[in-house]
Write a protein that binds this ligand. Sequence first.
Ligand SMILES: [Zn+2]
Length: 203
Amino acid sequence: MEDKFVFYYSAMKGGKTTRIFQKIHDLEENGQSVIVIKPLIDTKGDNQIINRKNEKRVVDILLGKNDSLFSSKFIKQIWYFNHILVDEAQFLQPNQVEELWEINKRTKIPVTCFGLKTNFKGEIFAGASRLFALADEIIELDSNSLCSCGNFAKFNARKVDGVFVMEGDEIKIDGKNEKVEYIPLCGSCFFKEVYSRGRKNEF
Ligand SMILES: [Zn+2]
């Protein structure tokens, strides 16, 4: 069963990039050729994936929001490979997830996606939601990501200028006039510090 459509997810800073490099290494060691796809988002503008050891992997397809994997330039490119790997898969559009799924089911080229489940508000990303619905296998990565209380982190809270926020665009990176940080939190701390912040206890 090597032709599966698989979604690995974790919180931010959960060791996802390390696992991506491991996966690519394992596949290539076994003579597989891997095409790396990443949704084009407004972060770093990078056409490469970099891990903590500063190893780099070039992204073969940077997929814009309105791009279709069925366009001939992408299909021709994909055809040369025998494994598709997607980083930051939560940022795929739902129809792009469906395209990957269709490619996987028609051609039997395995697809492995890595991404996050929830955004800074604790809501599921649209791309992740479609992946949860369609993937043959969904695997939560053992998180290396710890909350400051010591529990494992499952949420990616956003801090703007040092304050946790529940409002704002889904994708936001450091701006000119404000400092944006993402803080891994466990469920209890996310509830206390972010979700219920400033709300009175009804119980
Ligand atoms: Zn905590």
